[in-house]
Design a protein around this ligand. Structure first.
Ligand SMILES: Cc1ncc(COP(=O)(O)O)c(C=O)c1O
Length: 394
């Protein structure tokens, strides 16, 4: 084993000047363990991934079963593989009838890249509308439709013909026209600090897209897979997208994403040009087996049914005069303070005490809480006691 900090800092590319630097030897359930045996409560699920906890036994068993059959055998879309067949069959059974065709990819950002290409190809249009403060990923296309100007500036030129509207602003919807190939938005804005739109807004977007022949892409990479108390967040709003993108929690700890649409839309990627989107590792059988087992756990252990009550518990315990606002849907929470420095101090203090909360990319005044859905009432109580103590001491 090697947990050498110097090697980590010099031989591995760094993404920020101040990484979190927790050495992890093992993870189980909602806990991570350092080589010295320090236990950390993971209240962020590795940023929305470990939705059924770390190393859920049924997920591990499914991965092992697949390991004994085969690993990668061919690029996406050529061989018939049971793992991807089973996953596509299950996933489309859980979705509205028109979301019946899945393209499996490797990550969230690739799911959005595929969705944007598909919308342009299907409509023959070029304009893309996204929302201010959104986050859709870090590759060129997804970065182009992300709202954080500071993160984009150094990488221009990015995709042309991208327009931004305000999230949850009914007036701005008029900017969607017959020129617009697609609107891409997070159903719940995650990295903007958990922004929950009104039902009226999302329904109006849906209607405007129908009226103008515009494809609606909903990015549920962070808010999907039961996180909000429904398998997909759009179910709260009485609408459905034309293309859905998922990743993160979908794989239960292994890397897999998907963009999903009606077959008649998806099949435009097979001609003019054929191979409209290709990926070597997309639909990797081990990742598909893990994703299928994760869906089984979500369905059979009634985890989603408990999300709202568990979310309410966080709200009940996290009462403190310094908290400016707490925004929550299901088990996705943003806790606001009056300065980024205060948030930083609290997050670091929690870490010292073995509880992991974390920042948002585009909203420094809050920290996030998004634990595995398997967290128990007792674990919520214990974690909140630590957080409150950290707030007092920061
Ligand atoms: C809403 C949303 N979309 C897309 C992404 C990008 O996913 P990935 O990091 O897997 O590329 C993220 C990641 O945080 C996200 O939160």
């Amino acid at each position: 084993m090697n947990f050498d900090k110097e090697i980590f800092l010099t031989k591995l590319a760094q993404t920020s000047p101040a990484p979190f630097l927790i050495p992890v030897e093992k993870a189980e359930g909602i806990y991570l363990y350092s080589p010295e045996g320090k236990r950390y409560t993971d209240l962020i699920s590795g940023i929305g991934v470990s939705i059924v906890g770390h190393r859920h036994p049924r997920v591990i068993e499914a991965i092992k079963r697949q390991l004994d059959k085969h690993l990668h055998v061919m690029v996406y879309g050529e061989y018939i593989q049971s793992a991807s067949n089973l996953l596509a069959e299950r996933l489309t059974r859980l979705l509205p009838a028109h979301l019946n065709c899945c393209y499996f990819v490797n990550s969230g950002t690739e799911a959005n890249e595929g969705a944007l290409k598909l919308a342009k190809r299907y409509t023959g249009r070029t304009e893309i509308i996204s929302c201010r403060r959104s986050y859709h990923g870090s590759t060129h296309g997804s970065l182009s439709v992300s709202g954080n100007e500071i993160k984009k500036q150094a990488f221009r030129p990015l995709l042309p013909d991208v327009k931004f509207i305000n999230f949850d602003d009914l007036e701005d919807i008029r900017q969607i026209t017959e020129r617009t190939a697609c609107v891409i938005m997070e159903t719940i804005q995650g990295d903007a600090g958990v922004r929950i739109p009104s039902r009226e807004f999302l329904q109006a977007v849906r209607i405007r897209c129908n009226d103008t022949g515009t494809i609606l892409i909903l990015d549920e990479i962070q808010c999907g897979m039961g996180r909000t108390g429904k398998l997909f967040a759009f179910e709260h709003f009485g609408i459905a997208p034309d293309i859905l993108t998922i990743a993160k929690g979908f794989g239960g700890g292994l890397p897999i994403g998907a963009f999903i649409s009606d077959r008649k839309i998806m099949e435009t990627l097979t001609h003019d040009p054929m191979l409209g989107h290709i990926t070597t590792f997309g639909g990797n059988p081990v990742c598909c087996a893990s994703a299928l087992a994760t869906l089984t756990v979500l369905e059979e252990e009634n985890l989603i049914g408990q999300v709202e009550d568990k979310g309410k518990l966080f709200e009940k315990y996290l009462k403190h005069p310094s908290i400016r606002e707490l925004r929550r849907i299901g088990l996705l929470l943003a806790v606001d303070f009056d300065s980024a420095e205060r948030v930083s101090a609290i997050v670091n203090n929690c870490k010292e005490r073995g509880v992991i909360c974390y920042w948002f990319l585009s909203h420094p005044y809050s920290f996030r809480i998004a634990p595995p859905l398997t967290i128990t009432s007792e674990q919520i109580k214990e974690s909140c006691e630590v957080i409150l103590d950290a707030i007092n001491k920061s």
